[in-house]
Structures are given as structure tokens and as C-alpha cells.
Design a protein around this ligand. Structure first.
Ligand code: CP
Ligand code: NVA
Length: 306
């Protein structure tokens, strides 16, 4: 049976940790990856811009022996209204897997239902599972088995990345505090999914509208842009988010050895100051690098039975 990766809950906790731990072994050269994508073609169907996700996937596919093909929506018949079901069925006859970045999560779910090959979510308006899989690996690489004991604070907009953090906390049994404004909190469906998983894994999720409470004594502070791709740049939203900016003052409430993460791209001066960004730049770019390492292992995992 084909394995899709649309949301983190498509993995069980054991599989999630398997990918994270194997990524460390592969990155550090103790284990090797097979050429599992030999003679396979994977399409990347993107309707939004991307630097990290596109490039890291194309390199990962090449390193696994496969070939990638970048498809822009504007050059496909879906831009003229071709049915999602027909696009999915057609591509399934040509390629061995499709990696999709699209605004509507519902569109992606419909696409994956009709595709006969594995489908990977490369970001939608609701979730960004490849990002979080990689971010958990970045924490594991730095903190090892202590990862589950860290206080992780996400502050800012309750967007696709925030939603996926909730599920990551549940899947990996992490200790997550989320600080967002009242009107810009995460999606309740993702919150419930995260809480349900926490019952099995011992993770915990705490939501607050107070950014200081969220970051108090945190080991990790994570943020993302206030205006996501496809969102309106509304003044009232930016105003509401101002107290959630990751700056020196906010970080003074975290542990002295706190680390800051950002999925990138960053809008310096909004969700994070340039000063804080540069202070943690090495860790943030390791976080970006790790997209490549994690996705190689994810592809190997999804394609091992195809
Ligand atoms: N973090 C991330 O997904 O970056 P891109 O939008 O550049 O792919
Ligand atoms: N929330 C951001 C993430 C970018 C990787 C967006 O959707 O634009």
C-alpha cells in the first residue's frame, strides 16, 4: 500500500522516532542510504514559492538515485481548471511520487485520495509536516534523549507551522507551550489531534495568550512569519502580534542558554529582531540544512515498499 505524508499523524510515534534517529545515523555517517529511488521519477507540484523545501527535496531525490521534475501550477492545466482528481490520476501514470506545495489543504487531501502513488505535503495553509519532522531531528541532534524534557515555546501567529507543532508535541511526546494572540490561535482540529496523541506519548501542550508565560524558563523558543504565503498583510494582525516578537527582552524570560529556532524565511523586524536572528543564525541554518537530511530518510521510509 502506498504511504502518503500529508500530516504528521500519518506516522505513528515509533515511526517518527525511527526517522529522527536514523537521520542522525545517516548524517553522521554511521549508516548509509540505499539508492531506493533508482529509476524513479518524482514530481514537485508547487503553487507557492519555496527555497528550502524545493531545493532540499530535489537534492534528496538525486542522492537517492531518483529524478525530480519541478511543476509550476501556472504551466499545468490545473491553472485552467482541470479537475484535481484528473490531475492526480494522470500524474500517477507518469511518476512514482508527487510532492505538493499548495494553499488549500483540502485540495491536497483530495489529490492524495486520487493519486495512486505516494503524496508528500510540502506545505499547505494548514500544515507543514516535513518542516516539523526536521525540526524535531534538529532538537534531537542537539539535545539527544533530553529532547522530551525540554520546554519548547512557539510564539507568534497560530499558522500552519504552529498547527504542526501541536501534532509534533503529541507524536514525539514533547513539552510544548504556545503563545499566540486570542484571535490568531492555532486550528482546533490540529490542537485536538496533538492532545489525543499526548495521551499515548506523555507529551503536553499548553496554550496561552501571554508571550512571557509561554517563553518563561524555555529551553527552545521558536517563531515563524506573521504573514504566511497567501495571507493578507493586515495592520490589525501585525499590531496584535507585536508583543510576541522574539527580541532580547522576551528572551530574558527564557533560560539563559535558550536556543532560538525559525523555519525561515524570516521577516526580521517583525516576528524576530535582526539581533536575535544573528545571535542564533548558526543553529537556524543548521535547522534549514537538516531539511535535506530528514527528507532523505523520509523518502527512503515512504518508498521502501514501493
Ligand atoms: N521552511 C520552508 O519551508 O522554507 P521554503 O518556503 O523556502 O521552502
Ligand atoms: N507559515 C509560513 C511558513 C513558510 C515556510 C508560510 O506558510 O508562509
Amino acid at each position: 500500500m502506498k504511504r502518503d505524508f500529508i500530516d504528521l499523524w500519518n506516522l505513528d510515534p515509533e515511526e517518527g522516532w525511527y526517522i529522527v534517529k536514523r537521520t542522525r545515523e545517516v548524517k553522521e555517517g554511521r549508516e548509509e542510504l540505499s539508492k531506493i529511488l533508482d529509476k524513479k521519477h518524482l514530481a514537485l507540484l508547487f503553487t507557492k514559492p519555496s527555497t528550502r523545501t524545493r531545493v532540499s527535496f530535489e537534492v534528496a531525490i538525486g542522492e537517492l538515485g531518483g529524478r525530480s521534475m519541478f511543476l509550476q501550477e501556472t504551466q499545468l492545466q490545473i491553472s485552467r481548471g482541470e479537475d484535481v482528481r484528473d490531475t492526480a490520476r494522470t500524474l500517477s501514470r507518469y511518476v512514482d511520487g508527487v510532492i505538493v506545495r499548495n494553499h488549500s489543504h483540502a485540495w491536497l487531501e483530495e489529490f492524495s485520495k486520487w493519486a495512486e502513488v505516494p503524496v508528500i505535503n510540502a506545505l499547505t495553509d494548514k500544515s507543514h509536516p516535513c518542516q516539523l519532522l526536521s525540526d524535531v531531528f534538529t532538537l534531537y541532534e542537539r539535545f539527544g534523549e533530553d529532547t522530551k524534557r525540554l520546554k519548547i515555546a512557539y510564539v507568534g501567529d497560530g499558522n500552519n507551522v504552529c498547527n504542526t507543532w501541536l501534532v509534533a508535541a503529541g507524536l514525539f511526546g514533547l513539552n510544548l507551550f504556545v503563545g499566540t494572540p486570542e484571535d490568531y490561535g492555532p486550528d482546533s482540529y490540529y490542537l485536538q489531534a496533538g492532545l489525543d496523541l499526548c495521551n499515548f506519548t506523555g507529551g503536553s501542550i499548553y496554550l496561552t495568550t501571554n508571550p512571557v508565560e509561554a517563553v518563561k524558563d524555555a529551553d527552545v523558543v521558536y517563531t515563524d512569519v506573521w504573514v504566511s504565503m497567501g495571507d493578507e498583510n493586515r495592520e490589525e494582525k501585525l499590531e496584535a502580534l507585536k508583543p510576541y516578537q522574539v527580541n532580547e527582552e522576551l528572551l530574558s524570560h527564557a533560560k539563559p542558554d535558550v536556543v532560538v529556532m525559525h523555519c525561515l524565511p524570516a521577516k526580521k523586524g517583525q516576528e524576530i529582531t535582526e539581533e536575535v536572528f544573528e545571535k542564533f543564525a548558526d543553529f537556524i541554518f543548521t535547522q534549514a540544512e537538516n531539511r535535506l537530511h530528514t527528507q532523505k530518510v523520509l523518502l527512503e521510509f515512504l518508498f521502501r515498499n514501493t
